[in-house]
Design a protein around this ligand. Sequence first.
Ligand code: FAD
Length: 437
Amino acid sequence: MGILAGRRESSDAPLPDGASVGVIGAGPAGSFFALHLLSLLREAGRTARITLIDRKTFSHSGPSGCNMCAGAIGQGMVGKIAGLSLPFDRGVISRIADGYEIHGRDVSVTIRHPEKGDIYTVFRGGGPVRSPTGVKSFDQFLLDAAIEKGAEFLHTRVESVEKTAAGYRLSFPDGLKRDFDFLVGAFGVNTSLSRKLPFAYRPPRTWHTVQAEIPAGNEFIEQRLRNRIHIIPATGAAIRFLAITPKNDFLTLTGVGEHVKIADLGAERARNRALAPLLPPGAEVLCHCHPQVPIGIAIRPYADRMAIIGDAFISRHLKNGIESSHDTAGVLASAITTKGISETVLRDHFYRPCVRLFRYDNVWGRVLFGIYESVLRKGRLSDAYLRSVKRELAEGETAQERILWAVFAGDSPYREIAREAFDLRLLWKMAQNLLGG
Ligand SMILES: Cc1cc2nc3c(=O)[nH]c(=O)nc-3n(C[C@H](O)[C@H](O)[C@H](O)COP(=O)(O)OP(=O)(O)OC[C@H]3O[C@@H](n4cnc5c(N)ncnc54)[C@H](O)[C@@H]3O)c2cc1C
């Protein structure tokens, strides 16, 4: 029984010393939450029993170990990990890219961000099916760190959640049940559990993406792809854009759109003339998946003694989800350590601050993404635009480079670039460049 049993009024106070906290999901949101909470409690001279629960084994290759993602991590995220007193395990880094290449039909441009630095690529599990052993996954690195700092790990699937007088009861497939004083949902958007919860929570709207893992030699990755992440406009209607992320001796080919099937990716490989040269000729797909990506915000991701973080709540529009999960985890850990665990307190000190972080930024994200995506999809216009970006870069002008970085690639908030993107002088100059070819 939890220590809050029979003390319903205490949920207006911060998490009491010695409370039990159950976290469903030990992906980035769950592990970051445990790390944040353990650090804040230690500073306050308090403790909690934190149990991370996950059905996956992040050291396994293939679907049983993988949290299905392109695995690009910017230096902002690396800095936030250091802020948790966690040295980044360099064994987790598959490749280090110095930037992105954005493709039109026949023209491409390299974009870098001197202040943001290199991008690390990581596996979220033990690598694709049939990959060599020894891949250390990013999710395992975070989970190991949380365990080392004092969290407990339960390797099982949560089948159901029940409300009790003073918290929540979780049930597992072996018939076991566990009670917690406070419950955290860090279960992402690729689970059916979100539809079986005993509160008013509704998950965010999602798109169904596709990812394929393709083997590629080091020479191809270094010489043809220059070890960078490539963004390619799609030719068909199903896919909004394609990305190639190199990792060790693999390429992760991602297709993002509302309902993308592996066949859509096959069709792009056959007819997209910008894509074909970026993949080794005749390369087979080792494994593929159809992960969902949130494109909206959850309804009621909080209730008395319960809150939902990470993808299952809110994240930056179509990029940088790992860092977003770090951020919502941090806001929640701070709210329950210093403010309280009641529904009202969680609304004011967890839900609203997170919405302020992302919702309005995501409005800019959608607008900017829509504009730049539609330019890049239009063969001749995309080439004219990218030529004008190249010309600007040669003249030492970096405005368009920063905008492209913010829209497709890096870890900048969209709002940082929105004012610049809609600057009339810049738009006029761009129009002149486009008309000039
Ligand atoms: C195609 C694609 C590409 C992406 N590329 C990037 C990228 O390059 N960089 C980036 O920063 N972000 C990227 N993202 C986003 C990123 O994957 C997510 O934002 C991030 O994984 C969210 O973390 P999370 O912990 O909230 O959820 P998840 O990573 O989904 O973790 C949820 C965890 O909960 C567990 N779980 C669920 N239900 C249960 C249950 N019933 N019982 C026990 N355990 C359960 C799961 O096993 C899982 O481990 C990408 C997403 C997609 C779809």
